[in-house]
Design a protein around this ligand. Sequence first.
Ligand code: FEO
Ligand code: CA
Length: 677
Amino acid sequence: MNRKQIIKDPQNGNKAEAFEAFDNIPANPDPSRTLGDVIAARYGRRALLKGMLGTSAAAALFGASALAAARQASAATPTAPSRYAFDELASGIDETHHVARGYDADVLLRWGDPVFADAPDFDVMNQSAEAQLQQFGYNNDYVGFLPLNAEGSRGLLCVNHEYTNEEVMFPNLGRQDKAEFAGMTQELVEIEMAAHGGTVVEVVRAPDGKWAVVRGGALNRRISPLTTAMVLDGPAAGHPRMQTSADPGGFEVIGTLNNCAGGMTPWGTWLMAEENFHGYFWTDRLDFDGEPDLAGQPEAAQMARYGVPGMWYAWGKHHSRFNIDENPNEANRFGWVVEVDPMDPRSKPVKHTALGRFAHEGAETTLSKDGRLVIYMGDDARFEYLYKYVSRGAVSEDRAANAQLLSDGTLYAARFEADGTVHWLPLVHGQGPLTAENGFASQADVLIDARLAADALGATPMDRPEDATPRGDGTAYVMLTNNSRRKAGQTDAANPRPESRFGHIIEIKEDGGDHAAARGQWSILVKCGDPAIAEVGAEWHPDTSQHGWFGSPDNSAMDADGRLWVATDQGSNWGRTGKSDGLYGVETGGALRGHSKLFFRCPVGAELCGPYFTPDGETLFLAVQHPGTDGTKDLQGFGRASTFEDPATRWPDFDPQMPPRPSVVVVTRQGGGKIAS
Ligand code: FEO
Ligand code: CA
C-alpha cells in the first residue's frame, strides 16, 4: 500500500496509527515468513482484543504449559527484596488512570488550562489561536521540574507539547489526513500551531502536600511554533543551508515543533527535543502514487533520508515556510535540541546545532568524571542510531559560561559490537569518512546530515532508540521501543529479535565509569513482551508478575536513589498485551535484576510520558498524552475510532461536553514521604 491507501485504510483508526503503518512498509521486500509473521498471525491484534484472549482461546493458541507459567508468574512473590517498596498495581485497560495503593495521582494541568492571569478560560467550542497561546498546550510529553526554593515546595514545570490530534480536539471536524486536510482552515492550523511547543508554569505544594498551578506566575511562559523567535547556534548556524528568504542570515527561526522528551541541565535550563519534524513539511508536487516528488530538489537525498516532507499536517498549505517547494531550507532548521532558560521568560530559546539533526527523542544530561556535560540522545525511528554529546568545557558555577557548553563539543554515534563492546564514533568533519569527497564539506554538513554521517561511520541501526537515561556511575539505560520492520536476516546482538513488537532495554557501562569514555560495555537488561508466550522471546527476571511485564519502553527516569523507572508507549499495539500504557519500576542490579513492577497506568488510548521525580523523591510528575485515541477500535464495548463527539473516554473531566484532554498528573504518597521507599 502507498501513503494514500494506508491513510484511507479503515483499519487505521487515527493519524498516529496510519503513520505508524506507513513506517511499517518493509524497506526490504523479503517474502520469507519470519517468526514475527507467525506470531502476528497467531497472536493477532483483532483476535486478542475482541475477547481479550480468553483462557480457552489462549490455551488453544499457546498451549497449556504457557498458561501454567503465566499463572505461576502472577502468583509469584519476589524471592529477593524489591528496591521498589509498593504494592504492585493490577494491569488492565479502562477509561481512567490508576496508581498503586497508598498513593494519590491527581490531575494537575490540562490542555486549555489558563497559564496567565488574564488568559481566557478554556472554551472548547470556541477555540482560537490567541486563546491557546495563553493556555496549556496539547499532548504533554516531557515534564521537567526546576525548584524555586530550598524546600522544593515551589518550582517551575517545563512541559513539551508534542503534537495535536485534530479529530478529538475540534468539534465537527473528524480526521483530516484522510480528507486531504480539506477542513484545515488557516484558523484551525494556527490553533494547532499554538497548541504545540512548550509551557513553563509555576507550581506550589501546600502544607497538606497537594500541588497546585500558580496561574499568572511571574515566570509562566508559552512557547510555540507560531510566535516564538529562537536563535540558531553552533557550527551549522549561519550556513547557507540554514538560510531562508525570511532569515537570509540563517541565525533565527520561528518556533519549535514535535517536542517529544527532553532534559534539564545541571544549571537549570530546559532541553526540548524536536522529534518528528519531517511530518510538518509539505509539497504540492506529488507523483502518480501520491508520494512527494523530490525531483529537482537539490537536497533530495537527505530529504528522503529524513522523510521530508512527511505531510502529516496541513501547515504548509497556509504557512509557506513549511512548503519545501518554496522554502526547502526551512526543514534544515528543525530536528535539533532547543535550550530554554525557564528563569527568564523573555529569553530567546537557542537551537543547538552541535547536538546534530535527527528525530530527537530526548536529551538527558549527566557529568563526566572531569565535570564535562554529557547528553544521551536517541533518534526515534526504525534502524536509527543512539548518540551522545560531550562538551569541551566543564560545567561551572558560572551560569552564563555554561551556555557555551552546548555550542562546543563532540557528537558521537554508537556502534554496538557482538562482543559486548560499544564504541562511540565521533561525528567530526575531516575524520574518517566525513570528508568533502563523501559529501561533507564542513562540520555544518556533518551536523545537518547527522544521519548520513552516522551511516558513513558504521553506527549500529537500532530498534527505535527512545529515551536514554544516565546514572551518575557511568551507566546508561537505552529504551528501544520496537521495530516491526527488522527481518530475520537483519538482526544483530544488540537488536536480536526480528519483527520486534515489544522492544528491549540496553544497559551501557562506560569504561572507567566515565560518561565521556569513547568505549563501554553493553548488555540487554530485559527483552519486553509477555514472558508466558514462548514465541515472543521475552526475558525478564522470572519473579516478574503478569502485571509487571510490559511492551514498548519509551520514556524513562532515574530517581535520586538511582532506581530506573520506565514509561511505555505501545501506540495502537496495546491490544497485543491487553494492558494500557504505564509506569514500571525496573531493577537494574542485585538478585532481582530484570524484575519489573507496575506502579501507574493510563486511561485507554493514552501513552505515558514524563516521568520526573522531584529531588526529594516525594513527588512524581507524569504526562498522560493523547487519552482516548490509540487503538480504540480494539476496546471491548467501544470498537471504533474516537472523535470529538464520540470519544472512547472523556478523561480526565468525564464531562459530556468535553473531549478527552491530555493532562499532567502529580503522584504523591498518602500521608507524605518518599515514593516507593
Ligand atoms: Fe515522541 Fe519517540 O516518541
Ligand atoms: Ca516518546
